[in-house]
Design a protein around this ligand. Structure first.
Ligand SMILES: [Zn+2]
Length: 339
């Protein structure tokens, strides 16, 4: 073979090899990127929804949130004990609070006293009756924000009727019909259907007073003003026009998955919770001065030892602070007067 021909052949071979290697490199890069994207698309919604799983521990229901939570138990075991919260959509800063327009229709309270509003969300669930009996035993006032759908499981209707009949010591209030099925963004985007969901809960649970807590978000709609994240503001405005007060919270007793079984258990001890309530009141870390709203969930107190923890917390708070006034949320300062 002539030397120049051999040189050409070698050169072509070299160029081919370069292109071939570049091609293989690009192909590998593409495959890795594509696989990462697929994995991300597969797991991202599960991770987001798991974090948002506000009511996925009801023993009787089988919802999307439950199946997502089950998936997560398998894929991210390291985060199983992460404390959970009702907060999915962070509340806005106080700067967006509407200028008070009128106090004529607002609930007025004794401003020299300190008020505690105990609130229990997501019932009726296992744990609801334990909370009820503890409140009765201690003679304390509290509010249950219930979910319409949860009343359709087992004999949960009995718990709803018991809570409703316990007024004025205990107030039954509205926490939506579906709890957004834990798809919060979608839920709040569709304003008319979101509003209808609350109306369905109001009717099916036979809620007598117009007090609502939004699932996954701490928003406030009072006679004196509104504080709401832009996502929930349209529905808050609609609820406001329909005469509802929306009640957020200042302090939350967090929960986590029960390490020894199914369900949720409290994260903080009763003593810590007492300190958190005292701190919020003493340092004015509350939406309204001298009024603290504590959020917890019925299901945290399903097991007898945790029902005892709730009793201990409320007993400590009551005996250590005889000056604290326990009230239902229809007595929250600035709330709309509800018939
Ligand atoms: Zn909830």
């Amino acid at each position: 073979m002539p030397a120049n021909m051999l040189r050409k052949l070698l050169w072509r071979n070299f160029v081919f090899n370069q292109h071939y290697q570049l091609f293989i490199f690009q192909l590998k890069k593409f495959m890795v990127a594509s696989l990462s994207k697929k994995l991300f698309l597969f797991f991202a919604p599960a991770v987001v929804l798991w974090a948002c799983n506000g009511n996925g521990d009801n023993q009787n229901k089988t919802t999307n949130a439950d199946s997502i939570a089950t998936v997560q138990q398998n894929v991210v075991p390291a985060t199983v004990d992460t404390p959970k919260s009702e907060t999915v959509i962070a509340p806005p800063a106080d700067s967006s609070l509407k200028t008070p327009v009128s106090t004529a229709d607002a609930v007025m309270v004794d401003t020299t006293k300190k008020y505690v509003f105990l609130t229990f969300d997501d019932g009726p669930q296992g744990g609801t009756m334990n909370v009820y009996h503890n409140l009765k035993a201690l003679g304390l006032k509290a509010t249950f924000f219930m979910v319409g759908l949860h009343a359709t499981y087992g004999n949960m209707r009995y718990a709803v009727d018991t809570i409703r009949d316990a007024y004025p010591q205990i107030l039954l209030a509205n926490h939506s019909y579906t709890h957004a099925r834990d798809k919060y963004i979608e839920f709040y985007h569709n304003v008319p259907s979101c509003f209808d969901d609350f109306m369905q809960a109001q009717q099916s649970l036979d809620v007598r007073k117009k007090f609502i807590r939004l699932p996954g978000n701490s928003a406030w709609v009072l006679a004196t003003g509104m504080l709401a994240h832009p996502l929930v503001k349209p529905v808050c405005e609609l609820l406001d026009s329909a005469g509802y007060s929306v009640i957020g919270w200042d302090v939350e007793w967090s929960f986590k998955r029960d390490p020894s079984g199914h369900g949720s258990v409290p994260v903080q001890t009763p003593e810590t919770m007492v300190k958190m309530v005292e701190y919020a009141l003493d340092n004015h870390r509350t939406h309204r001065r001298n009024a603290v709203v504590l959020l917890s969930h019925d299901r945290m107190f399903n097991r007898p030892n945790y029902s005892d923890s709730l009793y201990k917390f409320m007993h400590l708070l009551k005996t250590r602070h005889p000056d604290y006034v326990f009230e239902t949320v229809d007595h929250y300062p600035g709330a709309k007067k509800s018939l």
